[in-house]
Design a protein around this ligand. Sequence first.
Ligand code: SAM
Length: 254
Amino acid sequence: MSNKDWWKPKNLKESEKKILSAKNIDSIDTRNDFGSYKIMRLKDDISASQLNEHNDIDPIYRVMLFKKVLKRKSLSSILDIGCGAGFTTNELKNAYQNASVTGMDISEDAIAYAQKKFNKCNFICDAIDPTNNNQVLDFELITAFEFYPFTRTDSFKDHADYITHLTKNLRKGGKLAIVQLWDNPLSISTNYNAIKDHFKNLNFETYTIPIKKIGIYIKSRLLAVALSELIRFIQILIKSRKIGKKKIIIITKK
Ligand SMILES: C[S@@+](CC[C@H](N)C(=O)[O-])C[C@H]1O[C@@H](n2cnc3c(N)ncnc32)[C@H](O)[C@@H]1O
C-alpha cells in the first residue's frame, strides 16, 4: 500500500482497529477521525472529542442550501454515506420528514454514537466499497458530504469506480449528491470535466455554496454567491488568502 491510499476502506479499517483496542483513553489522538469518534462515544463531549474538526455539527445551513438546489420537496429514501456521528443525517431527516433516512459509515464508534443520539434515522456500520459486489445501494438519493473517496484523492479511476458503484442501482431520476470543498486539488474537482465526459448515462450539475454568514441572511442563492465572490476577492487583496469555496455536485440518472 502506498501512503496516499490511506483513505481506502481496508486501510481505514486497520487504522480504526488500533483506536478500538487502545487501553488508555487519555492516549487517544482526537486529531484522528476514529480517535475523535471514540471519545465522543464515551464522553458525549464535543470539546473533548474535537468532533467539530471532523464533522459538521451544525449542519442546518448546508442542508437548507442543499434542499434549495435539489428542488425536491419530498423524497422516499435517502442514504447519507460517510455520515460520521450522524449530525447531517439527522438534519436531512428534519428536512425530508417523510423519507426513510439511513446513515452509513465505516467507523463503529461513530455509528454507535449516531444510533444512540438520532433515533429517527437508521444507521449502518459498513464501508462503501466498489470492490464489494454484494453491496446493493437502492435509494432515491445518496448524499456524500465531505466523503473521503471524493475529497482525499485525485485518482480518476477511484472517482469513476465510486460513481459507478453508487449510481448503478439508482432508478431513472435517482440522484447522487456530492458536497465538498472545491479548491482542493486532491479531490473530484480535479477530474470533474473528465468524469462528466465519461458517464454518458448521468447528468451533472454544480452549485456553489455561498459563505455561511452571507447565505444565512440572503434568500437568493445567486445573490449570496455573488457577494461571497466579492468577499473572497477582497480577502485575497487584503490578506493574500482566500476563503475556500464549497460546491454541491448533483448527479442524476438519465
Ligand atoms: C470528514 S468526515 C465527514 C462526516 C460527515 N459527512 C460530515 O460532513 O459531517 C468523513 C467520514 O467518511 C467516513 N468514510 C470515509 N471513507 C468511507 C468509506 N469508504 N465508507 C464509509 N465511510 C467512509 C469516515 O469514517 C468519516 O466519518
